[in-house]
Design a protein around this ligand. Structure first.
Ligand code: NAD
Length: 352
């Protein structure tokens, strides 16, 4: 018989095509009156669109969001928020822009309303990150969870396949890691399995037909559930390896997840055969790890560490850094085991 305690996050989500139009009345309902609208420079036009939609409820825009929330960018946005008397931020964009809104939720402490346009899933988590002097710090704090998230798949139609592919696989990683871990609460694990099903079904369609609104909606739904699974679930060896590579070798976030996922799943497989079968079923594959590898390959995504500039000579050092401190994982982590995993990921062949 199952035995568990369920503690989730206070998510507040509106999901549907065209739902961005509801933003002004939703802000009013939350008692928020002066928004600082955030975006990257590439999405400045989206920020302007939100500013126009909000009218007087837009205090200013800040379009300088950058990957991994550099501390100087967060400080500049915080100054702007103080100068214009903002009582909240509205982020439109991917994990980088959501991340900036989370930084503002900590300082100057204004709530975030998120409008995600990628599959990063950050809007469903209480995890913040900030980079200073080449080091990324992360933590969990309930204040950074958006007060409201509006998912409007129409805003994702222009996300290029080159970004959508790895971003969708990053969402698949968040879901798979939690579906395969016995520590994950069974309710959250079912959300993770539903995320795997939706992402595996929709991502190939999105890559072929980027303007298919139904597929975009299904992929965004899967990414939302995957983010929720990450927010209420656990991290393990997969995240440790991704952070080691991102932090010490500056590899791109979503691509690193994409490459390592099949191998970290294969590593855990012998310890959790029943969970692996469920993941395989959700993927529509015979085997979870090889099914994920086949999906990446069929989408033309990077599948080997050499594709992102890692040399074979770097693998020993990566294994050392990744195993410096204990990692909780369904199958115990050893340096030799990690090194074997890294060699397979460097070659990029189907995992064994
Ligand atoms: P991103 O936010 O950096 O976006 C990549 C590029 O795509 C940007 O130039 C962006 O403006 C552009 N873009 C986004 N949506 C678009 C759209 N619909 N149309 C056209 N262009 C669009 O990338 P990301 O992968 O979404 O986020 C990565 C960041 O998020 C990393 O820093 C990662 O650490 C963080 N993250 C955090 C969490 C968390 O829980 N805190 C979870 C996942 C990712």
């Amino acid at each position: 018989m199952k035995e568990f305690r369920l503690q989730t996050l206070p998510w507040n989500v509106i999901f549907g095509a065209g739902k961005l139009a509801a933003l002004p009345q939703e802000l009013t309902a939350l008692g928020l009156e002066r928004a600082l609208v955030l975006s990257t420079p590439e999405q400045a036009a989206d920020a302007e669109r939100i500013a126009a939609l909000l009218g007087d409820a837009c205090a200013a825009t800040f379009t300088g969001a950058r990957m991994h929330v550099p501390a100087d960018v967060a400080a500049a946005a915080a100054n702007k928020a103080r100068e214009c008397g903002a009582d909240c931020s509205v982020s439109i964009g991917g994990g980088s822009t959501t991340g900036l809104g989370k930084a503002l939720a900590l300082d100057p402490g204004i709530p975030l309303v998120a409008v995600p346009t990628t599959y990063a899933g950050s809007e469903m988590t209480n995890i913040w990150g900030m980079t200073d002097g080449g080091r990324k710090r992360t933590g969990r704090d309930l204040r950074v969870l958006p007060r409201l998230t509006i998912y409007d798949a129409e805003l994702t139609l222009d996300l290029p396949p080159a970004i959508a592919g790895p971003s969708g696989m990053n969402a698949l990683a968040q879901a798979t890691i939690n579906a395969k871990d016995p520590r994950t609460n069974p309710v959250i694990a079912s959300m993770a399995l539903e995320a795997i099903r939706a992402i595996a079904a929709a991502l190939p369609i999105v890559m072929q037909s980027p303007r298919d609104l139904d597929a975009r909606g299904e992929l965004l739904y899967g990414a939302s559930l995957a983010g929720a699974a990450l927010g209420a679930g656990v991290t393990s060896l997969h995240h440790r390896l991704c952070h080691t590579l991102g932090g010490s070798f500056d590899t791109p976030h979503a691509e690193t997840h994409t490459i390592l996922l099949p191998y970290s799943v294969a590593y855990a497989a012998p310890a959790v055969p029943v969970l692996m079968e469920r993941i395989a079923r959700a993927l529509g594959a015979d085997d979870a790890a090889r099914g994920i590898h086949a999906l990446s390959t069929s989408l033309g995504l990077p599948t080997s560490l050499r594709d992102i500039g890692i040399g074979q000579g770097d693998l020993e050092r990566i294994a050392d850094i990744a195993t410096e401190t204990e990692v909780v994982n369904p199958r115990p982590v050893t340096r030799e085991g990690v090194l074997d995993l890294l060699h397979q990921a460097w070659e990029g062949k189907p995992p064994v």
